[in-house]
Design a protein around this ligand. Structure first.
Ligand code: SDX
Length: 422
């Protein structure tokens, strides 16, 4: 067993800690006995240097800009596989055979309808509430309708709960949008594939036909795949932390939805479009790049930078290609693209961004495609939720199946008062 030696040079005490090999990426040092051996804790603000778990689901090589789901490169999955095939892969570890896919996809269709009583919940909300507030409430309410599944134990119960949540999320997101617009809620169409059904529930009206092109379904399907999982990002870590307390899966996913809402995380996609609109023209780009570089200005270039990627986010590359392919067929807003391309062109050559390895991330390109698909800006992050639900659930199930997993309980560096009397 290889070991890492820590030495406290205040007293010369040292101890050895096992190095655990990783299949890909950096090996890890197991420091669980550090305090017992040397009386200290580690301090890692933002936990960017700390492994919180052992996982075999997704791997990111931030230096190379590589993303693998169960070993398969994201570029190949986005291009060659349907989103529900990717869901099967994440949940089961292998891509489905044709028969397995038919059964899996069929089991999803039955679960698309939430309990009819849940429709009443939407009327409790003002129509100008942010869709993320409504969606997280609707998912939390699911636990009141499926309380028989609050204490999942067996693998099949977990799979049943996961399929239910993945199947219902597009319906709840569409209901959220329809309520926000003051439109009638549209029931799921059992004859349409997952992604087509989502666009149908967003666009249809009780009478008349609904236009949905194959190009649009393929674009949205690829976007769901690109958002499906991403190692231990903030919202996934939130889901794992809540799951580690024994709270039920719906509570963990609701916590993940709310963590994703932050503009430094999944909320960035909405902010990118708002920022491009604010920049307003190619001529104004330089002014905003200057603001982003100014240490005294908290303005940041939304859609740029990443905690792990220090190269192009591979998902961003796929989205950029998709955006340019769809530009004519979907009539993507070329003014925003011109501004985005100018921001990208300058930022990728400017020393400030190059030195800090700040590249476009997934959120930099997704917004222009969403707009072209007729998705309203405040619905961008709910779309991210639909794609990411499978990743949250896969990671949660892995946590629950890990016999060594304990309740998350980080320590701290205390810098407050010493003991004193009132
Ligand atoms: C997602 O973790 C995941 O995997 C998330 C995600 C997923 O799939 O789950 O990939 C989804 O959340 C993508 C990221 C979306 N967020 C944004 O686009 C918001 C804008 N980006 C930044 O807020 C920032 O880049 C973060 C939050 C994404 C990452 O921040 P870090 O790793 O904590 O980097 P940092 O704050 O330590 O910044 C390092 C330096 C700083 O400058 P110095 O102090 O060294 O002088 O880079 C600067 C920062 O000021 N910097 C930026 C910047 N991002 C970092 N400067 C200008 N614009 C930016 N966007």
């Amino acid at each position: 067993m290889s070991t890492f030696t820590f030495t406290d040079n205040r007293n010369g005490k040292s101890a050895e800690f096992p190095i655990l090999n990783s299949v890909l990426g950096a090996d890890v040092v197991d420091i669980t006995t550090l305090n017992k051996e040397l009386g200290v804790y580690t301090y890692d603000n933002g936990l960017s240097m700390t492994g919180s778990c052992q996982s075999d689901i997704t791997y990111i090589d931030g230096g190379k800009g590589e993303l693998l789901y169960r070993g398969y490169p994201i570029e190949q999955l986005a291009e060659k596989k349907k989103y529900l095939e990717v869901c099967y892969l994440l949940l089961n570890g292998e891509l489905p055979t044709a028969e397995q896919f038919v059964a899996f996809e069929g089991s999803m269709r039955e679960k698309r309808f939430p309990n009819e009583g849940l429709r009443n919940l939407f009327n409790a909300f003002p129509d100008d509430g942010h869709p993320m507030a409504v969606l997280s409430s609707a998912v939390s309410a699911l636990s009141a309708f499926h309380h028989q599944h609050l204490n999942v134990q067996s693998q099949e119960e977990y799979m049943d709960m996961a399929i239910r949540l993945i199947a219902k999320m597009p319906t709840l997101a569409a209901y959220t949008y329809r309520h926000h617009m003051g439109y009638p809620l549209i029931y799921p169409d059992m004859d349409r594939y997952f992604t087509e059904n989502f666009l149908y529930m967003m666009r249809a009206f009780p009478t008349g036909s609904t236009e949905i092109s194959d190009v649009e379904v393929r674009a949205m399907d690829a976007i769901f795949t690109l958002h499906a999982d991403h190692e231990q990002n903030a919202s996934t870590s939130t889901v794992r932390l809540v799951g580690s307390t024994g709270a039920h899966p719906y509570a963990a996913v609701v916590a993940g939805i709310n963590a994703l809402w932050g503009r430094a995380h999944g909320g960035a996609n909405e902010s990118v479009i708002a920022q491009l609109e604010m920049i307003g023209s190619v001529e104004n780009v330089d002014k905003f790049i200057k603001k982003a570089k100014d240490p005294n200005d908290d303005f940041r270039l939304m859609g740029f930078g990443h905690r792990v990627y220090k190269n192009f986010d591979p998902r961003a590359k796929v989205l950029r290609k998709l955006r340019d392919e769809l530009r004519d067929t979907l009539g993507i807003n070329s003014r925003l693209i011109e501004i985005a391309n100018k921001v990208e062109e300058i930022a990728l050559t400017d020393e400030y961004f190059v030195k800090r390895n700040l590249y476009p991330n997934i959120d930099f390109y997704s917004g222009t495609i969403f707009e072209a698909l007729g998705i309203k800006r405040n619905m961008f992050t709910p779309i991210f939720v639909i794609g990411r639900t499978v990743g949250w659930l896969t990671q949660l199930i892995e946590l629950k199946k890990d016999p060594s997993q304990k309740i998350f309980r980080p320590r701290q560096r205390y810098v407050g008062h010493t003991k004193r009397d009132i």
